[in-house]
Design a protein around this ligand. Structure first.
Ligand code: ATR
Length: 269
């Protein structure tokens, strides 16, 4: 029988993870099944424990359960600890291990698919919620020259920056209005794309040859539009979605799928 995996969320019907993992499985010859599981908002932990009992090998976690998943793990990877959230669980030997592959997925999409070097660049991360925190450590590990976190609520950006113990010299916090100078890579990790809200950021922050990356996908957000109008190379988060899935697949199966045909497939749908 195929090894069982799934994505857990609420809502979860929209999730592209089953399609992505089915493609990975077909491509690599790994015999897995990958389902979609809707957990009640007040019933995440029993849902996970039930899947362990049913012999599942692992699950991906999507909104709104990534912090709850973090809390129930017996063991955590370094990047999951830094993120304070978990998007990948592994079940083995009666223990639940948690990982967070979102940041690695973002870095991989920027470096390998978009072919933009992160090392030595001035990086600006917009937002200080769960999505931003999830990607901060892997981005800083790429050794940028400068790293700024800007957020509407400055205290949250300051808190996020102060938690980065090993990189205390590097990250700084700002409000949107307080941003000064230019940035080479600007990543939108706020949820403003969902509501078509424009961020109060100046046109002058987009450096020449800037990469503007929105972690959302599916349509052009106001941030992407502003970036495009200011001459930036613009990317949405579809590549990150596939890359974080590939990283989870690798953790579970020890095999690295080829992400490019899967990104192309999703773009064609
Ligand atoms: P997620 O898991 O998507 O990160 P979150 O933790 O609720 O969700 O964080 C949402 C992020 O989008 C935060 O950085 C939030 O800013 P605040 O910390 O000030 O709340 C940001 N955000 C949401 N709506 C916004 C808006 N209208 N303008 C600017 N930032 C917004």
């Amino acid at each position: 029988m195929a090894d069982k995996y799934a994505v857990i969320g609420n809502p979860v019907a929209h999730s592209k993870s089953p399609l992505i993992h089915a493609e990975f499985s077909r491509q690599t010859g790994q015999d897995i099944s990958y389902g979609r599981i809707l957990a009640p908002l007040d019933g995440f932990e029993p849902t996970v424990r039930g899947l362990v009992e049913q012999g599942y090998q692992g699950v991906n976690i999507t909104v709104p359960f990534k912090v709850e998943a973090f809390a129930l793990c017996d063991a955590l990877s370094e990047r999951a600890t830094a993120a304070g959230a978990v998007n990948t669980l592994m079940f083995a030997g009666g223990k639940i291990s948690g990982d967070n592959t979102d940041g690695a997925g973002l870095v991989s999409d920027i470096a390998n698919n978009l072919k933009v070097v992160l090392q030595g660049k001035r990086i600006l991360l917009l937002g200080a919620g769960g999505a931003a925190q999830g990607v901060m450590l892997p981005l800083m590990q790429q050794q940028p020259a400068a790293f700024m976190v800007a957020n509407r609520t400055i205290e949250k950006a300051e808190r996020m920056v102060s938690r980065q113990a090993g990189f205390s010299h590097l990250p700084r916090a700002s409000t949107f209005a307080g941003l000064q100078g230019e940035f080479d890579i600007i990543i939108n990790a706020t949820s403003t794309g969902l509501t078509e809200t424009a961020l109060p950021i100046a046109d002058s922050i987009f450096a020449e040859n800037c990469l503007a990356y929105d972690m959302m996908y599916g349509r052009e957000t106001p941030f992407m539009k502003q970036a495009r109008e200011n001459g930036a190379q613009v990317a949405d988060g579809l590549g990150m979605l596939v890359e974080q899935a590939a990283e989870a697949f690798y953790s579970w199966r020890g095999v690295r799928p080829d992400t490019r045909p899967v990104i192309a497939l999703l773009r064609s749908l």
